[in-house]
Design a protein around this ligand. Structure first.
Ligand code: TXA
Ligand code: MG
Length: 325
């Protein structure tokens, strides 16, 4: 099978129609979202959800985020406490996923939630929201990559990785945020951060007046298995907080920071010449893939500040650098 690729800048209506047809047949479709490309399937259809897990080679204990077109739709499937509601109103549509009690019998299949009594919900922007509206049912969608690999931020990334396993890839251009959604769970009025992502922790604290509680250590719990230690891994090994380059290494840096031995770098990728963390997040996965494509076996990455989107960038880099299983 070779995936059909439809570009929404020229064929948006056709993309919506074809995607709805493939979804209704029970197959996944790769779609653009503002964070990363998703592998979307009907969240109420067990055969379709099974195909997501098979296509990605994803462990089935790792639940999927269910994407909705609007808050009213989300409320049909999950129960919102007041803080979650406020977060939804502030950040949706956008890169925030809320873990909420699932409404039993609402129709979301237990394969999507891996049997949990909660469901991860988010409202994406743009084409993805239009597609869900047109299809009329929630779409379960993990990132559209082989499990454990780097998430795709372009249709090309998806086609290179999964093109021979998919019927349809929708091309919506480069994903503007570039890292996955922030995953948050409200527990007795406190905010637990399960995965840093496209909405910065500081923004969430400002909007709610509550403190965001960070996970205790890397991969302390497999509650949000984006927390599996080795994840987002390129083929090359990754060395963090580099202040020098060793022979043959590719360098990924943030602006023109001083780096010893830079002339030895096999290639240099600058996440953001001006040091802008949002721009760096948008480029991160593409540059990891490009660094890999040079054939180098090691990637050195300079220090990235931990504020704003830097928290999500550092989280993904730590996983990319974690020992492989
Ligand atoms: O930006 C994103 O979130 C992208 C786009 C496609 O929307 N999706 C994404 O999905 O990153 P995925 O499958 O790669 O990551 C979903 C994460 C996993 O770590 C999973 O464990 C967690 O969400 N998750 C889903 N449902 C959960 C639940 N009920 N409780 C705890 N964690 C949950
Ligand atoms: Mg993923």
């Amino acid at each position: 099978m070779t995936a059909e690729i439809i570009d929404i800048t020229t064929d948006r209506e056709k993309a919506l129609e074809r995607a709805c047809a493939v979804l209704a047949d029970g197959f996944p479709v790769a779609i653009p979202t503002e964070t990363v490309y998703g592998l979307a399937a009907d969240a109420t259809n067990p055969a379709a959800i099974t195909r997501i897990y098979e296509t990605k080679g994803r462990p089935r204990f790792n639940p999927l985020i269910c994407h909705m077109s609007d808050l009213a739709m989300a409320e049909r499937y999950a129960v919102f406490d007041p803080v979650s509601k406020k977060l939804a109103e502030t950040f949706w549509p956008g890169p925030l996923t809320l873990i909420l009690p699932l409404r039993p019998e609402s129709g979301i299949h237990s394969l999507a939630t891996a049997g949990l009594d909660t469901v991860g919900i988010r409202l994406p922007k743009g084409f993805a929201a239009d597609l869900i509206r047109a299809y009329g049912k929630p779409l379960a969608a993990p990132s559209a990559n082989t499990s454990g690999g780097v998430s795709p931020t372009s249709a090309r990334h998806v086609a290179d990785d999964l093109g021979d396993k998919l019927k349809l890839v929708i091309d919506g251009g480069a994903a503007p945020v570039g890292v996955e959604s922030t995953i948050l769970r409200v527990e007795s009025g406190a905010l637990r951060l399960l995965r840093p992502g496209g909405v910065a922790g500081e923004e969430i604290e400002t909007a709610t007046g509550l403190t965001v509680i960070r996970p205790e250590g890397p991969a302390a719990i497999i509650e949000a298995p984006g927390m599996l230690a080795s994840h987002y891994a390129p083929g090359a090994s990754v060395r963090l907080n580099a202040d020098h380059v060793e022979p043959g290494e590719v360098l990924i840096r943030l602006g023109a920071v001083p780096v010893k031995g830079i002339e030895q770098a096999a290639a240099i990728f600058d996440l953001s010449p001006s040091g802008d963390l949002a721009e760096a997040a948008a480029n991160l996965f593409d540059y990891l893939k490009r660094a890999d494509a040079t054939g180098a076996t090691r990637i050195a990455v300079t220090h990235i500040p931990g504020h704003g989107l830097g928290e999500a960038i550092n989280d993904r880099l730590a996983r990319a650098a974690a020992p492989r299983k």
